[in-house]
Design a protein around this ligand. Structure first.
Ligand SMILES: *Cc1c(COP(=O)(O)O)cnc(C)c1O
Length: 237
């Protein structure tokens, strides 16, 4: 077994344990493998071990990997999620190549993505990013703006609003992690019942990474985004 296959199995085990501990249904949490900065060979190793959903933060790096894997004879075609900050001059590449985006935080970006999504592709699957710990990173809408932004996204023809995403400030205290994730779960549940929101497709709460996935799953995450736990530490040039 490759290192990546073994690490992937260990992460899946952590997820299963956390799901059981939270009395949630088996299979109710999806794993997104975050392959940013990692070579294509690592993506292929994870794919060979059954991983289907991959996340990328940098548009061009992601598009390169999407194109390189598109024609491979894989049992299941890979599903690519854009999870990085997005500037308006890069929306077209995301609209044309990715299946999902987790980082929509303003109406203007959503409108561009909808207009630029090729009509022959299924709608782009969208999570609205919420700046839940109010850190200076500036990514994500304010929690009190999330409902209005979701309502706006849900009217756009080439987008399907799937839920919310958050990247809380790093915190080593599991109780503090859970408090923040719990606030996200409350916002998610409130918006899900809002008129104009499709309850059936607004089903994704994207939160939890390598160091805090247990806390996120305890507070209702349906998708965790794991990089280091699967691919090892990242080296930035
Ligand atoms: C890098 C990244 C991750 C993965 O982080 P790890 O700590 O390596 O698991 C998850 N989500 C986003 C948005 C990221 O940028």
């Amino acid at each position: 077994m490759s290192d990546i296959a073994a690490l992937l199995q260990a992460v899946r085990h952590r997820i299963d344990q956390a799901v059981t501990a939270a009395n949630r249904l088996p299979g109710s949490v999806q794993l997104l493998a975050v392959s940013k900065t990692k070579p294509l060979a690592d993506v292929l190793a994870a794919a060979a071990a059954g991983q289907v959903h991959f996340g990328e933060n940098y548009v061009q790096e992601g598009v390169d990997k999407i194109l390189a894997t598109a024609s491979l004879p894989l049992a299941d075609p890979l599903i690519w999620h854009f999870i990085g900050p997005l500037q308006s001059n890069k929306t077209r590449l995301v609209a044309e190549h990715f299946a999902w985006i987790h980082t929509v935080d303003r109406v203007r970006i959503a409108e561009r993505l909808s207009a630029q999504r090729p009509p022959q592709l299924p709608p782009l699957q969208v999570c609205v990013q919420v700046n839940i710990s109010g850190e200076d990173s500036k990514s994500g809408c304010a929690p009190e703006e999330a409902a209005a932004l979701c309502a706006a996204v849900s009217t756009l023809p080439q987008l399907t609003l799937r839920g919310l995403m958050a990247i809380p400030e790093a915190d080593d205290n599991p109780e503090a992690q859970r408090r923040i994730f719990g606030r996200m779960q409350t916002i998610f549940a409130t918006i899900r019942r809002q008129p104009g929101i499709d309850f059936a497709t607004f089903d994704t709460l994207s939160m939890g990474m390598t160091h805090d996935l247990e806390a996120a799953i305890a507070e209702g995450a349906t998708l965790v985004r794991v990089g280091t736990g699967i691919f090892g530490e990242r080296q930035y040039a």
